[in-house]
Design a protein around this ligand. Structure first.
Ligand code: G
Ligand code: G
Ligand code: MN
Ligand code: NA
Length: 250
């Protein structure tokens, strides 16, 4: 496929960039971190969403080298911030099949000088679906480095709860679909509340994702989520803007 050929050249042509979306601590209202989100800017194709090219990168195995670039870049940019905010990086399930994943993380931390506690790795439960024991062992090794581990898109898969029992995640990210549903149906609100409580009981932070309105923010605060990430509290922005936002806090 033509897009696959373009994707193969994208790293060498420096066509990738990261944008950063603020993560706000609801107890202080402060921006305490950013999620790094990958963007591909191709001369002919324009700006391509990761939803479009990540699946191709996964099918072709290109995700391993792209993911390495994401880790290195996110760590380097975060290390340059004037405040010790966290940076969250999404990991594809395919990256867990790479035996060098732990070494890649160690190397990204070492080269950037980023304190391990400031790096958060987001994984979806699909990463845990196959070879659960191996993936859990890798997560424990990563945690041993001091890195934090989040479960992303929580509630959208089939067996999220069983994975919470297999690995002590630092944070649960409640999928946007539940936040979006809160206005219209009582069930979505009840689920957000239950997950927030589950997180509290398990000693895990809970981030509500995709919060776009003040009403949603008030609701997720009332339900007991510890963090929020969404267009209301900050759109994804350039690394320079993220650095400026932190610096403006003085
Ligand atoms: O930023 P946006 O909402 O368009 O992202 C769409 C999807 O792409 C989300 O599911 C997000 O987790 C995923 N994504 C964004 N950046 C990365 C990345 O660096 N690596 C991986 N594996 N997925 C990413
Ligand atoms: O799968 P993951 O949670 O990593 O995906 C995050 C994606 O959600 C990013 O692509 C980001 O652009 C998008 N996103 C972040 N906040 C909002 C929001 O408030 N509304 C919508 N519709 N999308 C959001
Ligand atoms: Mn994510
Ligand atoms: Na998510």
């Amino acid at each position: 496929r033509a897009i696959e050929l373009d994707l193969r050249r994208a790293l060498a042509l420096k066509e990738f960039e990261l944008v950063y979306q603020p993560q706000v601590d609801l107890s202080t209202q402060a921006v305490v971190g950013f999620e790094a989100l990958l963007r591909w800017r191709n001369a002919r194709r324009g700006l391509i969403s990761p939803a479009e090219f990540i699946p191709i990168a996964e099918d072709t195995g290109l995700i391993v080298s792209i993911g390495e670039w994401v880790l290195r870049t996110a760590c380097r940019e975060a290390a340059s911030w004037s405040h010790p905010a966290e940076v969250a990086v999404n990991l594809s399930p395919i990256q867990f099949r790479d035996h060098k994943l732990v070494q890649t993380v160690i190397s990204a931390l070492a080269h950037s000088g980023l304190e391990p506690g400031r790096l958060e790795l987001e994984i979806t439960e699909s990463a845990l679906m196959d070879e659960t024991d191996t993936v859990v062992a890798t997560l424990k090794t990563l945690r041993g480095l001091g890195v934090r581990i989040s479960m992303d898109d929580f509630g959208t898969g089939y067996s999220s709860l069983s994975y919470l029992q297999k690995f002590p995640f630092d944070k649960i990210k409640i999928d946007q679909s539940f936040v979006r549903g809160m206005g219209d149906n009582a069930e979505a609100g009840a689920i957000v509340r239950a997950v927030a409580r589950l997180g509290t009981s398990l000693g895990m932070k809970t981030t509500a994702e995709g919060v776009e309105t003040q009403e949603q923010l008030d609701a997720i605060r009332a339900e007991g989520c510890s963090h929020v990430q969404g267009y209301l509290t900050g759109r994804p922005m350039s690394g320079a803007d993220a650095a400026a936002l932190l610096a403006s806090r003085g």
